[in-house]
Write a protein that binds this ligand. Structure first.
Ligand code: SAH
Ligand code: SF4
Length: 392
């Protein structure tokens, strides 16, 4: 909030954020001030690698240039961690404040088993080769493993019947800087060393990333090209926005995260009831779009499947789901998520026994299935519980 308004002369003007601008945009900006274009690289490095929060911290720039930037009305403007909720399982949920005062939520899950969302084998071997030498020289601090769950919109318009975020309705898209900024703020808080620590990103927080496609991908580009994170440690989840899936399929592999599709039901009848978006893009259309994505060797598409007690968790649902997944011919796996309760939503959580039986049934029918362990339920940080609140 401190940087929200800055006074210039008599007038107060809304500060313009630098955070979120890529190198080309930064170059254009500084060139416009008559400053050499390579200063853009120093700005990018300060924001995305050193993770500074204020212009005064950019000590690679002269005092005069820092004052010039401020006089032009610019601030760093990265979202700020306003509040932290800590779970007994080590999970932290953050209320992130954007420059306009709106808040979204971001979650840090240490040692998360969400790693199954990224292709671990694939990402690990390449990263290990690249960093093993560096590691020996680095401090003896223990390697951190964690997953960060990132939001893409304030609220959500998709209206899935079982999701708490849906209750907010849609407020606005996040900018690329607000999406990437959540990640950088959390990396800074936990002093994550990119290259040494193993941090996965899941774009599974508030909002539908594929209804904010350009900003979502611009954020990924910043995180990959400027912050040095690997897209093979990132997974984006969509409720099934086919226009987004088509754009995603055309992304270059060096920038494209993994994909998870929120399937959540074994047929159009049930899916249409719990996810109204299915009436626009039914299952067959989704599958056809997924089949056009060029996958990396060993890469798998994830089908997320929320188990709703008595609605999607029955033995016949498991059989129908297995048939559906096999029929797609896709290299795929299923991530089962036991439904997390939320105030005012009248579904039932599945019995632990039926969750285990459901998983076994899929495996017996030749479908890879994993159970996503709920994280931070006590602080409303688990899947579908993000609602920008101080409840719990
Ligand atoms: N909007 C995107 C990503 C955010 S939701 C999407 O829907 O895919 C991330 C995952 O949480 C989705 O798979 C969604 O189906 C699931 N989810 C939503 N509400 C949930 C709840 N109450 N309990 C468990 N999972 C939930
Ligand atoms: Fe939006 Fe995803 Fe929640 Fe559906 S499950 S309402 S798409 S955030």
């Amino acid at each position: 909030m401190t940087e929200k308004l800055i006074a210039i002369g008599e007038e107060a003007q809304v500060a313009k954020p630098l955070f979120g601008l890529d190198r080309a945009a930064l170059r254009a900006l500084v060139s416009g001030w008559g400053v050499s274009g390579w200063r853009a690289g120093q700005l990018a490095q300060a924001m995305y690698q050193q993770r500074i929060e204020g212009i005064s911290e950019i000590t690679t720039l002269s005092l005069a240039l820092r004052q010039k930037i401020e006089a032009e009305g610019y601030v760093v403007g990265r979202p700020r961690i306003q509040q932290v909720f800590s779970s007994t399982d080590g999970t932290e949920r953050y209320l992130m404040e954007c420059a306009d005062g709106r808040t979204v939520e971001t979650v840090w899950m240490p040692e998360g088993d969400e790693a199954s969302d990224a292709d671990e084998e694939d990402a690990d071997s390449a990263d290990d080769l690249a960093t093993s030498n560096q590691n020996q020289e680095k401090s003896s601090q223990k390697t951190q493993r964690a997953t960060i769950c990132v939001s893409s919109q304030v609220g959500c318009a998709v209206d899935c019947q079982f999701c708490l975020t849906a209750r907010l309705g849609f407020e606005r898209n996040l900018t690329a800087g607000e999406i990437a900024g959540q990640v950088l703020a959390v990396l800074a808080r936990h002093r994550v060393e990119v290259g040494r620590d193993r941090v996965n990103l899941v774009f599974m927080g508030m909002g539908e990333p594929f209804l904010n496609y350009a900003n979502f991908m611009a954020a990924v580009r910043l995180l990959v090209e400027e912050a040095g994170l690997s897209p093979r440690r990132m997974t984006v989840s969509t409720s099934g926005i086919v226009t987004g899936i088509e754009q995603f399929a055309a992304e270059p592999l060096e920038l494209r995260p993994h994909l998870a599709l929120s399937l959540n039901a074994p047929n159009d009848r049930v899916r249409g009831e719990i996810m109204p978006i299915n009436r626009k893009w039914p299952i067959e259309t989704l599958i056809a779009a997924l089949q056009r994505i060029p996958l990396r060797p060993k890469e798998r598409i994830t089908f997320e499947y929320v188990l709703l007690g008595g609605v999607t968790d029955r033995a016949e649902d498991a059989r129908e789901l297995a048939r559906l997944v096999r029929r797609t011919g896709l290299s795929a796996k299923v991530n089962l998520i036991a439904w997390n309760a939320g105030p005012g939503i009248s579904f039932a959580s599945p019995e632990p026994r039926s969750v285990e039986k459901f998983k076994q049934s899929l495996v017996q029918q030749g479908v890879s299935a994993y159970l996503r362990r709920p994280r931070g339920r006590d602080i409303y940080a688990a899947c579908g519980q993000l609602k920008r609140t101080v409840e719990g």
